[in-house]
Each structure stands twice: as structure tokens, then as C-alpha cells.
Design a protein around this ligand. Sequence first.
Ligand SMILES: Nc1ncnc2c1ncn2[C@@H]1O[C@H](COP(=O)(O)OP(=O)(O)OP(=O)(O)O)[C@@H](O)[C@H]1O
Length: 309
Amino acid sequence: MNILEIKGVTKKYANHTALDNVSITVPKQCIYGLLGPNGAGKTSLIRSITQIISLDEGEIYFDGRPLKPEDVFRMGYLPEERGLYKKMKVAEQILYLAQLKGMSLKEAKEKTNFWLDRLELKAWSKSKLEGLSKGMQQKVQFITTVIHEPKLLILDEPFSGFDPVNAQLIRDEIFRLRDLGATIILSTHRMESVEQLCDRIALINKSKKVLEGTQFDIKNAYRNHQFDLITEKEVVISTTPHKVIASTEKELYGYKQTLRLIDASPNQLLEEAAKQSTILGMQENIPSMHDIFIEAVQNGNIKTTTEQQ
Ligand SMILES: Nc1ncnc2c1ncn2[C@@H]1O[C@H](COP(=O)(O)OP(=O)(O)OP(=O)(O)O)[C@@H](O)[C@H]1O
């Protein structure tokens, strides 16, 4: 079952088409990475989902039926430009925003206490927001996004401003909320966060969706038969067709070279190397999301995933 189905969405501003016939499907209870270079159209897509902007064409389905204005109460949106009341006290502010999202005062109080405790902000609950560090303010904003237990969470650069310990705390919360049933759309330029968190990914480039699928399928599509070979003695590969990516280097425990096989199997490479030396290791270099982003956006190399075939 899908929480969100975006079908052929087009959004035009005065003289720019920010989204051009974009279709995306977000299954329930997944962490979905929305990626793309600056100006690609990600924020426009998020604003279409949260109904901040209207569409020129296309449809959005939420939880199996056309998106309705009141669905915003079932969403939590953490925008990239944070906006809280600097002069208001932390707990008061969370309580106020929770009630705006439809919670009763009693429920809002309970959840405010729960979250302040959980994100280690209890001691600051009566302080004005402006007295908190940037990271602490970020935590308060995160609480205001999740407090009403939305079915769909949209997080735009949720880790910016956090030190590594707090970034881990937020990552753990994202996993926990997913496990409790929420779906999370994560828009970020930090590819290591995408690697760690995202089950599925869509890549938007120049207003169009160019890639969509599971992280596994996308990586599989971009595998390029590249292997690190580590041998005890120096070996020369001559009969297995290949291209040298990194020539042989002496390492602490052996000799390492990186090759791209051309119409040859890894076993063929192993056999040839094994005739000359003990093999200490051989490993495929699976492209990282960073590599795939560069390949798709900069080099225009768009691969089809098995799902799309
Ligand atoms: N209100 C607006 N009026 C006119 N053009 C706009 C407006 N909002 C966005 N745009 C343009 O639409 C394009 C897509 O912008 P959008 O903010 O959706 O990109 P983005 O992928 O979120 O980028 P970034 O990663 O830099 O945040 C950009 O060229 C931007 O200048």
C-alpha cells in the first residue's frame, strides 16, 4: 500500500517550469530519499504535497485517495528554513504548535513532556528559544514536526546544524518513527545519510524525475564490474580482459590493484591471479550514492532499474 502517489505533476512559475510531469510512488512505512541538485525542483514537489503551492497539472493521492486540505494534519513538515518564535518559551511553543495541529491540551502536554525528555531538552523547557544553541533549537523544531504523530513526515535537511551525537539521536528517532508506522520523505544533499537511512530514492534533475527505485536496485543498475584485487606477490593480469582503474600499489600486507572487467567474470580474474600469487582479498567496488548522483546529474548517465524494466 502507498501513502503517496504523485501522478504527472507539473508546476510552472512565471518563466520557469519547476516540475515537469513528475510521477513518484511512496510506499507506506519507508524512508524515501528525495534527491537532486540545487534548483532541481525538490522543494516545489514538497510544497505541492503539503499544499503550500497549487499544481498546474497532475494529481496527488494520499493514503489511497485524492489529497484533501485537511490531510496536512496527518503530515509533519520540517522545512529547510526553520521558523520558530524566538521570544517564546520552549515548552509553551511546542504546546501551542501541537494544538494548532489538532491535539487537545492534555494530549499536547503529555507529548511535550515525552519529547522534551526524549531529546534531552527537559532542563530548557522554560527557557526562551533564543537562549538555546542552534542544535537545541533544531531539536525543538523536530519535536514540533513529529508531536502530532503524522503518518507522513517530510524532512528537509534534518541534520543540518547537528553535531555527530545529536545527528545520530535524530537518525535513531527517524528509524523509530518508521518502525512505529510513519513514512518519511527525506530531502538532503548528504549522501552518507541517504546511504544509511533510505529504503527508496527518487532523483530529480532539471524539473524531471530521472531515477526511482530501491537503493539496492539503483546501486545494482550502476554496478560497473570494478574490483579491488589484493595479492601477496605482485601479479600481472594479461589474459582477463580489463581496464586498469588504479595500478598496482604496495600496501602493508600485499599488493592492491583496481580493475574494471570487460566481458570477463570475477572468477576468471581470480583464476589468473591465483596462478601467480596467494589471493589476500578481492572485493567488488559497488558505487556509492555520491558516485551515482555525480554520474546521473553531471554525466547524464541514467540507468534503468529492474523495477522500471
Ligand atoms: N516562488 C517561485 N517563483 C519563481 N521561481 C521559483 C519559485 N520557487 C522556486 N522557483 C524556481 O524553481 C526552481 C526549483 O526550485 P526548488 O526550490 O523547487 O529547487 P530545489 O530542488 O528545492 O533546490 P535546493 O536544493 O537548492 O533547495 C528553481 O529554479 C527556482 O528558482
